[in-house]
Write a protein that binds this ligand. Structure first.
Ligand code: NAD
Ligand code: UDP
Length: 325
């Protein structure tokens, strides 16, 4: 059945008065998701401890009657009074720059935070969507990465704290699904960028745009030959929204399947910003994946989803947001 403003499967009933919790809602993706959900008529509870997020990401929503912000660390027991229909569980730092800075909070939020959020879903009989990651594939030996691939992760490397936390989060989500019959969804998000990313986030695109606008050379790690696919945030939000409303309980890759080398992304940012400072080569971080590109067949088939925004258009919008700030 296809109804609703976005023409997506309306399996969870009318959105009119549905009540949704977004953990990590004050983060980059969380802020865009809360905005979309409020726009669709949901009552949204945004829960965050602001470890890597900011109230700036949701400040435009705070006067909305259907929006509520709750300051809470999800690694401690989560109490939400009243009914809940859906939980989007996004709480987790995501930048590789944070993997060495805050490794234990990353492990705790992936493990204990996901355990608490699933317990809440069970208690409230709410549908649960886990924001997982392409990092579960590690430094992949299969290309492009499809959801049946089990990955190649170094559990004791510096990226292991994030990769293994997310792999554990997927395992416990499936355990709650199989054992407690919690109605779960799982998205494996590939590199996503867009307006409102932290300029000091440490990830490739905010680094490159921030450096270009500041008149500094762009820091390319290694020879810049490693590849990534880069997805504009609006495409991801559309996919997550569709997934929550679909009947697909297997993991689903969401990413833009056009593959770029890091050097090519740097060139694109230089040309869009008009910067003439070029690039500076720095050492490649440990275990940096060499190739990453999603196979999105499942998302196409199960969700009727396809990315709409190309790299040039998405980067242009992001550059313009960074320049205004
Ligand atoms: P982000 O850091 O902007 O957002 C994460 C949010 O979680 C922040 O607001 C942070 O304060 C909050 N948080 C962290 N620990 C918490 C805790 N213990 N309790 C409550 N809130 C907590 O990062 P993002 O890019 O918006 O990522 C959001 C989610 O998407 C994460 O789960 C991340 O792993 C996943 N993801 C993102 C990408 C990407 O490219 N942006 C790729 C793969 C997966
Ligand atoms: N990268 C880079 N310069 C930077 C930041 C990142 O060359 O200033 C590279 C990084 O080594 C990786 C790619 O860009 O190969 C994407 O890094 P990001 O931190 O965005 O996330 P990752 O995909 O590694 O999780």
């Amino acid at each position: 059945m296809f109804t609703g403003a976005s023409g997506v499967p309306e399996t969870a009933g009318s959105s009119g008065s549905r009540r949704v919790l977004v953990t990590g809602g004050a983060g980059f993706i969380g802020g865009h998701l809360c905005e979309r959900l409020v726009g669709e008529g949901y009552r949204v509870i945004c829960m965050d401890n602001l470890r890597t997020g900011s109230l700036d990401n949701v400040k435009h929503l705070r006067s909305e009657p259907n929006f509520e912000y709750v300051d809470h660390d999800v690694t401690t027991y989560i109490h939400v009074p009243g009914g809940l229909d859906e939980i989007y569980h996004l709480a987790s730092p995501a930048s590789p720059a944070d993997f060495e800075r805050i490794p234990i909070p990353i492990l705790k939020v992936g493990a204990i935070g996901t355990y608490n959020a699933l317990g809440l879903a069970l208690a409230k009989d709410a549908r649960f969507l886990l924001a997982s990651t392409s990092e579960v594939y590690g430094d992949p030996k299969v290309h492009p990465q499809h959801e049946e691939y089990w990955g190649n992760v170094n559990p004791i490397g510096i990226r292991g704290v994030y990769d293994e936390a997310k792999r554990y989060a997927e395992s416990i989500t499936m355990a709650y699904h199989r054992h407690h019959r919690v109605d779960t969804r799982m998205v494996r998000i590939f590199n996503t960028y867009g307006p409102r990313m932290r300029s000091h986030d440490g990830r490739m695109i905010p680094n490159f745009i921030g450096q270009a606008l500041a008149g500094e050379p762009l820091t390319v790690y290694g020879a810049g030959e490693q590849t990534r696919s880069i997805q504009y945030v609006d495409d991801l939000i559309e996919g997550m929204f569709r997934l929550m409303r679909s009947e697909e309980t297997r993991p689903v890759n969401l990413g833009n399947p056009v593959e770029y080398t890091v050097a090519e992304v740097a060139e694109l940012v230089l040309s869009l910003t008009g910067s003439e400072r070029g690039v500076e080569y720095l050492p490649l971080p440990e275990d940096d994946p060499k190739r990453r590109c999603p196979d999105i067949t499942r998302a196409r088939e199960s969700l009727g989803w396809e990315p709409q925004v190309g790299a040039e258009e998405g980067l242009r919008k992001t550059v313009s947001c960074f320049s205004e700030r």
